[in-house]
Ligand binder design. Sequence first.
Ligand SMILES: [Zn+2]
Length: 155
Amino acid sequence: MKEKTKVVEVSFVCPVCQERKQVNIDQDQVLNAPRNPVPIVITHGSPEHAVTIFIDIDFNIRAVSASDIVQRLDDTAIVSFRLQKKTVPFPKKKQVSLSGLSGIQCALIALIDGKRSIDELAEALDISTMKVKILCEQLVKMSKIESVKVVIEEK
Ligand SMILES: [Zn+2]
């Protein structure tokens, strides 16, 4: 018997029309893809719309994103590259005492809002990114800020 291309059936709920969709995906298309998860554009419905599903090597759907218009695969690839990683310190929920802290530590606490990244804080304070990282680590240890997290967001 000759080996045929295996097809894996995956199902997902379309974020546009809320319908559950079943799609058959060539195993080779995923296993031989240059990147992982693999973006696959699926068009369906009336009026026709497109969603992109991102399938990992184990055929789990990692994300589903809607697009208003039918996109080419190339465009979808660009979308996934627009995600950027940044390091963001988060403040304490309650106000913290600033007594005994240096000027730069106070300035940093004032600027930390859970949105500004380490890079943005460094620029605002005109100090190096490394210095901000070290200061943030110290402030976490001193319980003056909550934590430092790596967040991924769309540009
Ligand atoms: Zn749909």
